[in-house]
Design a protein around this ligand. Structure first.
Ligand code: ADP
Length: 387
């Protein structure tokens, strides 16, 4: 701490005052009515990067960036004349310029006093850079969450598909009931009077029409999924997986299942509709979580793990797989697995794998599975690499 022109007799008091100022965390300085710095503590030195000797006697404006630097003399002169103030007793956020040229954000409070000879101003400056940094970090965390919520909304379209499947199931119920009723009627007609062949034929035609209607509804569902805002673009496969795993983590955590990623260490660029592919991965992960959660009754069993892998295949393809150590798929279920409405769960629709297969086929691939040699199952599909 250095204070200019200290009379000898005041030295002891002054030293105590200096020690006190230097102990302050905030920068404290005193300027005279022309703006020249008379006192500056060590915190000012740290904040602005100047030695105290370099600051003392210099005008405070040189520590401000433009346009404040150019305007400060005038501002001070106006204040001395009118006593109007924009800062004294109020305090506000201002900018200062570090010795290395960097602009720093500070909170400045200013007080005015008369030392008997002239008016002086004492300023207290607080470094806001840490606060600004945390504010920026908070903001970026907020926008990340926002982004994640948006992605979740997109990816959970598969949930919307589930709901749609429910209403389709309801619609299909009608033609199916009609088929059954007409078939019973035809059987009765044949039994009661075999000569009524014409009548039976008409009834069979009706059965046929209703069966075709049911088929059309299913076809409609498949093409709706295929045509949905399909876009093909070059995407980073590992990033797609990482984002989906982030989304699935909450559910995995609630079910005490560990999600493990084994991603290829090279960059894997694929051509795909990212939202659709994320729906597929999410569905496979959820299926595996359900499977291990039901299979291992002990919540701390270390086999409660789902592994998501990516790797480069030959012929310019990238493979994504989801595997678990659960019950696997019984051989007699392999036929039905990818058909709509096949489910072994009480509250599910059984549409997931069927929709996933449609999506993967529309990407020129095939969703396949194999039971692992020791335990569980591994679902996998491949996508073309993006050039
Ligand atoms: P949902 O999940 O609605 O039942 P899916 O089409 O996704 O429909 O799955 C159909 C069925 O396939 C499931 O009900 C389950 O019996 C079986 N399945 C899917 N994934 C696995 C898995 N990882 N392990 C064991 N069985 C599975």
């Amino acid at each position: 701490m250095h204070i200019v022109e200290i009379p000898m007799e005041k030295r002891v008091t002054q030293d105590r005052f200096s020690a006190l100022l230097d102990a302050a965390v905030d920068g404290v300085f005193v300027i005279n009515s022309s703006g020249e710095i008379e006192v500056a503590n060590q915190a000012v030195e740290r904040l602005l990067g100047y030695e105290q000797q370099e600051m003392l006697g210099r005008n405070i404006k040189y520590f401000m960036p433009s346009p404040y630097r150019e305007n400060h003399d005038q501002y001070l002169a106006d204040h001395m004349r009118t006593e109007e103030t924009k800062i004294i007793g109020i305090g506000r956020e201002v900018e200062a310029q570090h010795k290395d040229g960097m602009i720093i954000q500070i909170y400045l409070s200013v007080g005015r006093y008369d030392d008997g000879e002239e008016v002086k101003f004492v300023g207290i400056m607080r470094d806001l850079s840490e606060l600004k940094k945390s504010e920026a970090e908070l903001q970026s965390a907020e926008s990340e969450i926002h982004e994640l919520v948006n992605r979740l909304a997109q990816v959970s379209r598969i949930g919307v598909m589930g709901e749609m499947a429910a209403s389709i199931a309801h619609e299909i119920n009608q033609p199916l009931t009609a088929i059954s009723t007409y078939a019973q009627a035809a059987t009765r007609l044949m039994q009661n009077d075999p000569s009524q062949a014409e009548q039976v034929e008409k009834t069979l035609e009706k059965i046929n029409a209703q069966a075709l209607r049911a088929g059309d509804i299913i076809k409609g569902l498949r093409s709706w999924i295929r045509d949905q805002d399909t876009e093909r673009k070059s995407c980073d496969c590992n990033q797609l997986i990482t984002e989906v795993v982030d989304i699935a983590r909450m559910e995995a955590h609630n079910s005490d299942v560990l999600l493990k990623m084994e991603l290829d260490t090279t960059e894997l660029m694929v051509m795909c509709d990212p939202v659709q592919i994320q729906q597929v991965i999410l569905n496979l992960i959820k299926n595996s979580i359900d499977a291990v959660d039901e299979f291992f009754t002990n919540k701390i069993d270390e086999r409660r793990v789902v592994t998501i892998q990516s790797k480069r295949l030959e012929k310019e393809r990238i493979e994504v797989s989801v595997s678990d150590l659960g019950p696997g798929i019984p051989a007699d279920k392999s036929e039905e697995l990818f058909t709509p409405f096949f489910t072994t769960k009480e509250n599910e629709m059984g549409m997931g794998l069927s929709i996933c297969q449609t999506i993967i086929r529309s990407h020129g691939g095939e969703l396949a599975y194999e039971n692992n040699p020791d335990a569980g199952v591994r679902f996998c599909f491949s996508l073309p690499t993006a050039v």
